[in-house]
Design a protein around this ligand. Structure first.
Ligand code: ADP
Ligand code: TRP
Length: 320
């Protein structure tokens, strides 16, 4: 079974990225042949500063490795180190109905938020389909918001197979943690870099604490009971605490007598402790940039050998 996922290097990784995509992907690296990559071509749709892009790629690589991606188990690489993906993307473009892209939420959301309506942003799901199909992927672990893109991928693969021969492209399945809603940000909306409501994974204690203090709460007085089922604090605490600890916090909510400030302190400690081992690993990797480069280079080589075979199969099938 081949598992594949990618993450864009377009800013600091946050709790939403970790619990929505990285943690499930890392858990899956033991279950099959995992291919994980840094989607730098995709980031060009939003990042136009070259120095910033390079820095982001480095940061995401270090973050992912520090969080537990094991390069001995998973092939870890930079998307642009396998330029074959852009060729497959073109071949898919030629069979992709406009309506399929016009239905995609992500383009509409991003342009509504003020991003320029470029062709790259519009065609982004085709490049993502190429990422997935180029490696004969079976399983694609992603957050809920990416499910539609995996569906587009399936549609394109089915169409290619119909036109050029059954079995040409492997049909992938999305793997989404349906049980978990999107991780909420400090304002209660989905945590996202674009909403400025994130809690980054690797900030200083001071910044992290300040962001947690800023979590939106209602104006229930300290002594009154509070509703744990409608609290961003409890939702985030659930991600990093044991069921027993969550129960204690929920009980304290219902009982009254504890203010939101106190609960936020407990949340900060739990988040800080949860990521402690990864912070230590991150510091080590930061001190060894050559090691990170070597991991990405070795990953690119392995990824490229798989990609070349699949691309050659598709080129042949379409008549090139
Ligand atoms: P952002 O919204 O911050 O720009 P991305 O769109 O780059 O994040 O998402 C990268 C990965 O992290 C995707 O698989 C996405 O589904 C997942 N993800 C992002 N935010 C969340 C969230 N709040 N909850 C769950 N998963 C998320
Ligand atoms: N579009 C994804 C995101 O924004 C990143 C991505 C690019 C991806 N190619 C992929 C994810 C292939 C899974 C598979 O999060």
């Amino acid at each position: 079974m081949r598992i594949l996922s990618g993450i864009q290097p377009s800013g600091k990784l946050h709790l939403g990225n970790y619990f929505g995509m990285m943690q499930p992907a890392i858990a899956l690296q033991d279950e099959g042949e995992a291919f994980y990559f840094i989607a730098d071509y995709h980031s060009l749709t939003t990042v136009t500063n070259p120095a910033e892009l390079r820095q982001n790629v480095r940061d995401v690589a270090i973050d992912f490795l520090a969080c537990g991606l094991d390069p001995a188990k998973a092939v870890f690489f930079r998307q642009s180190d396998v330029p074959e993906v852009t060729e497959l993307s073109w071949l898919l473009s030629c069979v992709c109905p406009m309506g399929l892209l016009e239905r995609c939420h992500s383009y509409k959301d991003k342009t509504a938020r003020g991003l320029e309506a470029t062709h790259g942003l519009f065609a982004y799901p085709i490049l993502m389909a190429a990422d997935i199909l180029l490696y004969d992927s079976d399983i694609v672990p992603v957050g809920k918001d990416q499910k539609q893109h995996v569906e587009v991928t399936r549609d394109l693969a089915l169409k290619m197979n119909h036109l050029y021969g059954e079995g040409l492209l492997r049909i992938p399945q999305p793997r989404i943690r349906e049980s978990s809603a999107a991780v909420p940000g400090t304002d209660g909306a989905k945590m996202s870099k674009s909403y400025r409501n994130t809690i980054p994974l690797f900030e200083t204690a001071k910044v992290t604490e300040k962001l947690i203090k800023g979590i939106k709460t209602d104006s229930t007085p300290v002594e009154d009971p509070k509703d744990p089922s409608d609290s961003i604090i409890v939702d985030l605490f659930r991600l990093v605490a044991s069921p027993g600890e969550v129960e204690v916090m929920e009980e304290a909510f219902r009982k009254g007598g504890t203010g939101y400030g106190d609960f936020k302190k407990r949340l900060f400690s739990a988040i800080w402790e949860h990521f402690e081992p990864m912070r230590a690993g991150r510091a080590e990797l930061e001190a060894n940039p050559d090691q990170v480069d070597a991991i990405l280079r070795a990953g690119a080589e392995k990824a490229r050998s798989v990609a070349a075979k699949v691309l050659s199969r598709v080129r042949q099938a379409v008549g090139l």
